[in-house]
Design a binder for this molecule. Structure first.
Ligand SMILES: [Zn+2]
Ligand SMILES: [Zn+2]
Length: 449
């Protein structure tokens, strides 16, 4: 793309933001599935005897699940390179009788296992992640996610004979970058699945609120500026400075930040700033991530950032190659409230309080490709604190260490029990399934039955 002049009216950002508040974009809004508003599920779910068996089974698995979390922590692997990790997850599932496909959905490090009738039965998928971050290892706690989902899946297989239905385990690579779940969606991996769930580690003892803010969507933009090299002292007037273009772009994005929504996020790094101080840099590159809590506002903000990047080329006489969505966009997560209420009930049974509303209703923040799943089928992605220091947040190396502390194992067990309990409720209770579907159709598809 070469530089040209476009403009985006920031007023439209705010109008779209207001629109999304009115149409139920806010997770705390009313509509089907939110009749009581007290954060408690009014469905009966699976029989108590099933939940007792799930609790006992996950507790039995505690040492093995803890060992898996430690093993993955000690051998972190990044996006699409999770060969050892995927094998370790598959080994544990197979040791409990599951048949696991390694390399499912055309992805070498994706996993798939399923149990129950292939046709006609309600179908819940337990989703797992196991990728780490470069340099800081399992600082996002995906090793704990793997333990939670393996525990939930094994417990669900054991009770399936009592409740009916089908349960699948979908091991999704490359959440930190690469969009593994979006690729699995495109490969048909969620076809025929009626609902899906996973749990993400959080800070301190925090728990996702029932009517939580979800997550932000994210789009990724790579830009490479091309100018003309020249001797920086002898003939600088012959040069067109690509580094100047990147710096201008970076500063212009910083200026944009005053005039965007409080929930929006833009951040980036310069990936190439030239190589020799006495040569006018011919090429220079940067990567920016753009986030917002609604699809509409994410789209508007993305166009504003692209405009800024193009303008930097104009200002410096360079050209800009802009690669928008060089990885799949992650869409804002829509937690299915009827399912989250079941999750909250089970977590309360474990002695943990689940807040109804977030401290900051529509706070912006991180993103997940589980958001893409949640736009296709009803899904949940609550967070559960690992009991570490409230000062230690994910994507910091210190957080990786909290994932193998005893409190983190307690959280893993609570999350596995509550996720399996939620799935069992969904499979056992036709009324709950109906409410989940209606809520999804209303809040995600905008359809009222
Ligand atoms: Zn994560
Ligand atoms: Zn992360």
């Amino acid at each position: 793309m070469t530089a040209h002049t476009t403009s985006v009216d920031p007023l439209k950002t705010y109008l779209a933001f207001d629109e999304s508040r009115r149409d139920g974009g806010d997770d705390s809004s009313g509509g089907p599935g939110d009749d009581a508003g007290d954060g408690v599920s009014h469905f009966s779910g699976a029989p108590e005897s099933v939940h007792t068996r799930i609790r006992d089974r996950v507790e039995e698995l505690r040492p093995e699940l803890a060992r898996l979390a430690v093993d993955l922590h000690d051998h972190p692997e990044t996006a699409f390179g999770e060969f050892r990790s995927a094998r370790a997850v598959a080994d544990l599932l197979e040791s409990h009788g599951a048949e696991v496909e390694v390399g499912a959905f055309g992805l070498d490090t994706a996993l798939y296992a399923t149990e129950g009738p292939q046709e006609g039965a309600p179908h819940f998928a337990v989703v797992a992640e196991y990728d780490a971050l470069p340099e800081v290892g399992h600082a996002c706690g995906h090793n704990v996610i793997a333990g939670i989902s393996v525990g939930a899946y094994i417990a669900l297989r054991d009770v399936l004979g009592d409740i009916g239905g089908r349960v699948s385990f979908i091991g999704a690579p490359a959440e930190e970058s690469g969009g593994g779940k979006e690729l699995i969606l495109r490969a048909g991996g969620f076809d025929g699945v009626d609902a899906a769930g996973m749990v993400h580690p959080g800070v301190g003892d925090t728990v996702s609120p029932v009517y939580g803010p979800g997550t932000s969507g994210v789009r990724r933009i790579a830009v490479t500026y091309r100018g003309r090299a020249a001797h920086a002292a002898m003939s600088p007037y012959l040069g067109l400075n690509a580094l100047d273009a990147v710096v201008t772009a970076y500063q212009s994005v910083a200026q944009l930040r005053q005039h965007i929504l409080p929930v929006d996020r833009i951040h980036g790094v310069i990936t190439n700033g030239g190589s020799a101080a006495n040569v006018v840099p011919e090429t220079a590159s940067a990567v920016f991530l753009v986030r917002s809590t609604e699809i509409d506002t994410l789209d508007i903000l993305t166009r504003r950032v692209v405009t800024v990047l193009e303008a930097a080329a104009s200002a410096t006489g360079t050209t800009a190659d802009i690669d928008l969505d060089f990885e799949p966009a992650y869409l804002p997560m829509k937690n299915n409230i009827e399912l989250v209420k079941r999750w909250a009930d089970h977590l309360r049974d474990r002695g943990r309080e689940v807040p109804l509303y977030p401290a900051h209703a529509r706070q912006g923040g991180p993103s997940t490709d589980m958001g893409n799943v949640s736009r296709t089928i009803p899904a949940i992605h609550p967070a559960l604190g690992l009991g570490g220091s409230p000062d230690v947040a994910p994507h910091n190396a210190a957080f990786a260490e909290t994932t193998v502390e005893p409190a983190a194992v307690d959280a893993l067990i609570d999350a596995a029990v509550s996720l399996a309990g939620t799935a069992a409720d969904f499979l056992a209770d036709a009324d709950l399934r109906d409410a989940v579907r209606r809520e999804f159709n209303y809040r995600v598809r905008g359809q009222v039955e």
